[in-house]
Design a protein around this ligand. Structure first.
Ligand SMILES: Nc1ncnc2c1ncn2[C@@H]1O[C@H](COP(=O)(O)OP(=O)(O)OP(=O)(O)O)[C@@H](O)[C@H]1O
Ligand SMILES: [Mg+2]
Length: 358
């Protein structure tokens, strides 16, 4: 039986449908990541799971028991908020111990527990410092500590947007992954960082406009996006999307767009159609020894050590990215041949965004 079940959760604020029929089943001990653009409903969903917000419709159940009527305190859920929300005028120690003090534990027990947690989060030296004097990363650790102290069975993390710089985010995620391994509890983690999601999650849910567009292991979503939005949103750098026309041929179809002529053998249909072709940057081959689908001009080159990231301009000023091995080193402004790996091409409906092929 899944540990946490979200059954058809909806929530409306005035004109905004913040959540629109979300279903999700989370297994005990799973690390589930939620990603989606700003305003897609991620925080609203976490608040509903934690009990801070009531859904208009739908039900949260834990171990088969309905949760809707339980107050946040009775839910055994720890949430680290997007705005962190610590008591800034109090010390780190006070902030962490707060959850046990309201449960009337003894001072000795509380001190012992606070110190254990501070050691684990490497903030022991900060215990008597006021929270308002901490850096963003330190404050994040304190927020996690405050959650750990009540020993919840579920952890909800809403990653702060602007507060953490990129390096710190990676460090915090490593910390949170370690915590997950150690505690073996269920984690639901909202992030704005695609690479993080890919590296941490056993499962990902992608949200847009209050809906769950796709759920699954990150690799599966990456290799098998259901439509244009997920294809472009999930993966770094983003999938290249090229608008064009698909033309029926005897053995499959021909895609024409931005000066490319790409044979799509597996796709046959009876008439011409306006489509968008998708191809991951790692599936764009650049070089002069290849049979080309078309040409591009190099407008920028990033040598990243283990790979090169090449920015190309096609006809109609269309920009695409190729990620190649480090040996591929074209000159700036050079005109090069491009080939798209044949079995790695996607076709999407131009307007609706649904996947047409494969
Ligand atoms: N208390 C509220 N009152 C009115 N509208 C709200 C409220 N909370 C959320 N919303 C609206 O619901 C939608 C979803 O908001 P939510 O905060 O869940 O998005 P999010 O995915 O967490 O975005 P972000 O990535 O920016 O944190 C937004 O349009 C937001 O303006
Ligand atoms: Mg949010």
């Amino acid at each position: 039986m899944p540990a946490l079940v979200l059954n058809n959760i909806s929530k409306r604020y005035g004109d905004v449908q913040a959540l629109d029929g979300i279903n999700l089943q989370i297994q005990d001990g799973e690390f589930c990541v939620i990603v989606g653009p700003s305003g897609s409903g991620k925080t609203t969903l976490l608040n509903i799971i934690a009990g801070f917000t009531k859904p208009d419709d739908g039900e949260v159940t834990v171990d088969g028991k309905p949760y809707n009527q339980l107050s946040p305190r009775d839910r055994n859920i720890g949430m680290v908020f997007q705005d962190i929300g610590l008591f800034s005028h109090l010390t780190v120690r006070k902030n962490i111990s707060f959850g046990l003090e309201i449960k009337k534990s003894s001072k000795k027990d509380i001190d012992k527990r606070v110190e254990e947690i501070a050691d684990r989060l490497k903030i022991r030296k900060l215990l008597d410092k006021k929270v308002r004097l901490l850096s963003g990363g330190e404050a994040q650790r304190v927020a996690i500590g405050r959650t750990l102290i009540t020993n919840p069975s579920f952890f909800l993390f809403d990653e702060p947007l602007g507060n953490l710089d990129a390096n710190l985010r990676v460090e915090m995620l490593t910390e949170i992954k370690r915590l997950h391994l150690h505690l073996k509890k269920t984690f639901i983690y909202v992030t704005h960082d695609q690479e993080q999601a890919l590296s941490a999650a056993s499962r990902v849910m992608i949200m847009k406009d209050g809906k769950a567009l796709q759920k699954g292991p990150p690799r599966e979503i990456y290799n098998n996006p259901i439509g244009k939005f997920v294809a472009e949103f999930f993966g770094v750098p983003s999938m290249n999307l090229i608008d064009g026309t698909i033309i029926p041929e005897e053995d499959g179809s021909l895609f024409q767009g931005a000066g490319l002529n790409v044979k799509v053998k597996g796709y046959s249909q009876s008439k011409k159609a306006e489509v968008t072709l998708g191809v991951r940057p790692t599936d764009v081959v650049v070089g002069n020894q290849i049979t080309e689908d078309g040409f591009g001009t190099i407008n920028s080159l990033e040598l990243l050590g283990d790979k090169n990231q090449i920015y190309l301009t096609l006809e109609q000023e269309k920009s695409i990215i190729a990620v190649t091995s480090p040996e591929v080193r074209p000159e700036l402004e050079e005109r090069v041949k491009i080939k798209l790996k044949e079995n790695r091409i996607f076709l999407f409906d131009r307007d609706q965004g649904g996947r047409l092929y494969p």
